[in-house]
Design a protein around this ligand. Structure first.
Ligand code: PMP
Length: 345
């Protein structure tokens, strides 16, 4: 893969905005460079545009280099940036698996990029051959998601490797749910594939969807492109502080949450199987279950009328009559089961 051929011409030529804080990198006591208000510290100051301290802590737990890490306003920011960096509107295209996370297609459409959709098979498996066949000389990106949303399964590693080895563009592997299937991340193999971009997030296992912090891991040359085009202060001071604090204080807690949720998921899955309106509970490698109902629309309405919100996926390819149910707290899971059992009577 030749990265230089993938980057859009306008981005290659771009002279990025230079923040005041980027232009100076020493110790100072008087800051009169950024038109900030001197009062209301520490919120009066712009945040570190490249989030150095936070990155130092993240790379310690992730086992990669700082230059291989981009931080954004959720993974959603990184999804948008790959289109803006590498896809020429009205000309280039991307290939994605179907079903998968909806934002890949939405961001493609916003950026006027054609989407080529390749269906998973009935067991939600990918075929590298099919994905590669869908690509042409204008395909810049292939989007994979493992564990996949909404099918909840990990993708076959050999197939992912085959896509990585045989595709001349960039492969995005969204690992938002990877903490729920330990040991299966591609991150330890990042150095092997110069066309691999891995997305992870603080929104799931870390329990911090509210602070909006997503990670992209890739070769330093790719990260440099993201940093060149991102908003100057894309991760705010509160988010950087809270994430730092959580990594230092909450890492063990996070692992406990994951174990607890995995146990709860298995209990919920077994309980759901005993309910007559449930036709099938698919195996899950994540913190949610894809559940086939006899009538998903009716069950969805029944549950919302009782204040229980799940995700109706029945219109999605291969998910006819399926609800996607997040594993919640013990109390939430019990309320869901009680409501469904009551309907059974
Ligand atoms: N990727 C996948 C597969 C998701 O399901 C989601 C959110 N549901 C995201 C990314 C978005 O993550 P973030 O909160 O980091 O923007």
């Amino acid at each position: 893969m030749e990265l230089n051929k993938l980057i859009r011409e306008n981005i290659k030529k771009l002279e990025p905005y230079a923040c005041a804080r980027n232009e100076f990198s020493g110790e100072a006591g008087v800051f009169l460079d950024a038109n900030e208000n001197p009062y209301n510290a520490p919120y009066n100051r712009y945040p570190d545009p490249l989030q150095h301290k936070l990155k130092e802590e993240i790379v310690k737990i992730k086992g990669c280099r700082k230059e291989q890490l981009f931080l954004g306003n959720g993974s959603d920011e990184a999804i948008d940036l790959v289109f803006r960096a590498f896809c020429e509107p009205g000309k280039d295209n991307m290939v994605r698996i179907d079903p998968s996370y909806g934002m890949y297609q939405v961001c493609a459409e916003i950026n006027d990029i054609e989407t080529r959709t390749v269906s998973l098979d009935e067991n939600f498996r990918i075929s590298a051959k099919k994905l590669l066949r869908a690509a042409d000389e204008n395909t810049k990106l292939i989007f994979l998601c493992s564990p996949n949303n909404p099918t909840s399964n990990l993708l076959d590693k050999e197939e992912v490797i085959s896509v990585l080895k045989n595709f001349n563009g960039l492969v995005i592997l969204d690992e938002a749910y990877i903490d729920f299937s330990p040991g299966n991340s591609f991150l330890p193999e990042l150095n092997k594939y110069d066309n691999l971009i891995i997305f992870q997030t603080f929104s799931k296992a870390w329990g911090m969807a509210g602070i909006r912090l997503g990670m992209a891991f890739a070769a330093p040359e790719i990260i440099t492109v993201f940093n060149k085009i991102k908003y100057p202060y894309n991760v705010n001071i509160l988010t950087q502080q809270k994430a730092l604090e959580s990594i230092k204080e909450n890492s063990k807690e996070k692992n406990k949450w994951v174990s607890k949720l995995l146990e709860a998921r298995d209990v919920l899955s077994e309980e759901l199987k005993t309910i007559s309106c449930v036709k099938k509970v698919y195996p899950s490698d994540s913190n949610f279950l894809l559940v086939k109902m006899d009538d998903a629309n009716k069950t969805y309405k029944y549950l919302t009328d009782r204040g229980i919100i799940v995700r109706n996926r029945s219109k999605v390819n291969l998910c006819n009559n399926c609800l996607r149910i997040t594993v919640g707290s013990e109390k939430e899971n019990t309320m869901l089961l009680l409501a469904l059992k009551e309907r059974d009577l």
